[in-house]
Design a protein around this ligand. Structure first.
Ligand SMILES: [Fe+2]
Length: 262
């Protein structure tokens, strides 16, 4: 198949949509995917533990790899257009944003700045239950690997739950109130998730989305979600995604994030 024919043959289409998420398949044409795959192979990657994200992942998952963050409308490590193939994912996302406005709001109205960063999961690695910060209207992930198998794990899990109490924060866990810190601040739940466990098991059901190649998933802000561990059967097939967050238009992205409860 010629490159021009590849380009012409791709039309992103909504595969699934409900009150918690939107799934869009066939986001990018084959030649763009091939360039993105090369891009992923030459990125400087660091383990999330080394990047200081202590506790965002379980200790056993602290070897998950993260690449540089490119911003749309804002500079993190770089800004769109960065000149690199990640630009194509970001542009494709904006170009089809009308398809997922019900999930994360409208471009240039509810959000106009978003981030894009590569994340790689190896067999044995996943991500704990959490939800997006209140600074975001929602989040996205695009599956950039060339192959996946339904038995390789790595599914995005989404709880069918809305409006869980905001004081539980991003990880549904709060530090114990003590005499010197009586405010019981929300924190990462990697050492103690008893409160998160109680809260999430009140419902304890929802949807999964397989890490199908060339698939884009949008998650509505506030929806509890997790990533199932990639299974040993995946071998050297890493779960390679590009993803990020849609910043609410009212949020100043140049300031440190506001603590969840304040
Ligand atoms: Fe997330």
């Amino acid at each position: 198949m010629s490159k021009s024919k590849d380009k012409a043959s791709v039309t992103p289409k909504v595969t699934a949509q409900n009150e918690f998420f939107t799934v869009i398949d066939d986001l990018l044409p084959a030649d763009v995917r091939a360039r993105l795959w090369n891009y992923l192979q030459i990125q400087p990657l660091n383990s999330v533990g080394a990047l200081g994200m202590q506790g965002h992942w379980l200790l056993e998952d602290s070897g998950v790899l993260r690449g540089p963050t490119v911003g749309w409308g804002h500079t993190w490590d770089a800004q769109y257009p960065s000149g690199a193939p990640i630009d194509n994912v970001m542009k494709a996302l904006v170009d089809c944003s009308n398809l997922f406005a019900d999930t994360v709001g409208r471009y240039d109205v509810d959000w106009k700045i978003f981030s894009a960063m590569p994340t790689l999961y190896q067999p044995g690695q996943g991500l704990v239950w959490h939800r997006d910060s209140e600074d975001n209207t929602g989040s996205w992930a695009y599956y950039a690997h060339d192959r996946w198998n339904i038995e390789w794990g790595g599914e995005l899990l989404l709880a069918h739950a809305h409006d869980l109490p905001r004081e539980y924060g991003v990880y549904f866990h709060r530090l114990s109130a003590t005499s010197d810190r009586p405010e019981s601040l929300p924190w990462q739940a990697h050492l103690d998730n008893e409160d998160a466990n109680r809260l999430l098991l009140e419902g304890g059901f929802g949807s999964y989305v397989a890490a199908k190649p060339n698939r884009l998933v949008l998650i509505k802000g506030g929806t509890p979600h997790a990533i199932a561990k990639v299974r040993p059967a995946a071998g050297r097939h890493l779960r390679a995604s590009i993803g990020g967050f849609f910043k609410k238009t009212a949020v100043r992205v140049d300031l440190p994030p506001v603590p969840w409860t304040r």
